[in-house]
Design a protein around this ligand. Structure first.
Ligand code: SAH
Ligand code: DHB
Ligand code: MG
Length: 241
């Protein structure tokens, strides 16, 4: 859709008010990208279906976003990945599939029912050896990981309870190798990231993370706003120096 107004003429806008473009369009474009550029992973597709059948919330990364995670894992030649928030294992399976030989992925999930669905899908995808799924609130799983000497990680994907994103980021930063990436999902949330008066702890946390990273010499970061089948959101990518 070609528009003739400039950004300054339009002023601040939400995804829903973009001239002539609706959620239906975002979803249609994601579907086209899915059909053309995103190779089907049978195991990931089965995990998606199993999660839906079990009534899990449909909040997994979209197929184009999952493909981006795969590209990042490949780009890094990652052998060690940490994920916060497994849900039904869709992003887990996509990232694990892209690991270098003998690579391992640790994924943390608080909800035992979700973890059971995910575990079965990960096994069915043939990734039972590569994936270490730990059940429990992530903050409670981290001390054991530290004690075991987990890491250094090549890539960390933070996608669990949003109010804890800064805590997960801080822990991960100490354990991600120089040149590694930390990716945090859902940092824009319909534009709430720009609203300093929003009291939602999930939003306050994303603003705080950005403000902290502004003076954190250990990373270089940016946030990319996204639209797609999941609406208007965005992800932060931080490169560890
Ligand atoms: N990464 C998944 C989606 C994760 S959705 C994918 O793209 O396929 C967010 C998940 O975080 C949910 O499954 C939720 O149960 C989990 N979660 C919420 N709070 C958590 C916590 N404190 N520790 C670990 N996981 C948590
Ligand atoms: C929610 C969580 C996610 O990780 C996501 O990508 C979208 C929505 C949620 O908890 O609502
Ligand atoms: Mg998410």
């Amino acid at each position: 859709m070609v528009t003739t107004t400039t950004a300054s003429e339009r002023g601040p806008t939400t995804a829903a008010s973009l001239p002539g473009v609706s959620q239906e369009t975002f979803s249609a474009v994601d579907a086209f990208i899915g059909e053309t550029l995103v190779d089907e992973d049978e195991g990931a597709q089965a995990a998606w279906d199993a999660a839906a059948a079990a009534g899990l919330p449909q909040i997994q990364v979209s197929p184009p976003q999952g493909k981006l995670l795969q590209l990042l894992v490949r780009l890094l030649g990652a052998k060690s990945v940490l994920e916060f928030g497994t849900l039904g294992g869709y992003s887990t399976i996509l990232m694990a599939r892209a690991l270098a030989a003998a690579g391992r992925l640790i994924t943390l999930e608080a909800n035992p029912d979700y973890a059971e669905v995910a575990g079965a899908s990960i096994e069915r995808a043939g990734l039972g050896e590569a994936v270490d799924l730990r059940v429990g609130p992530a903050l409670e799983s981290l001390p054991a990981l530290a004690e075991e000497g987990a890491g250094p990680f090549d890539l960390v994907f933070i996608d669990a309870d949003k109010a804890n994103t800064p805590n997960y980021f801080a822990w991960s930063l100490e354990r991600t190798r120089p040149g590694g990436l930390i990716v945090a999902d859902n940092v824009v949330r319909d534009g709430a990231l720009a609203d300093a008066s929003n009291p939602d702890p999930a939003i306050v946390a994303q603003r705080q993370l950005h403000e902290t990273l502004a003076s954190e010499p250990k990373v270089e970061a940016t946030t990319i706003q996204t639209v797609g089948s999941k609406g208007y959101d965005g992800f932060l990518i931080a490169l560890v120096r």
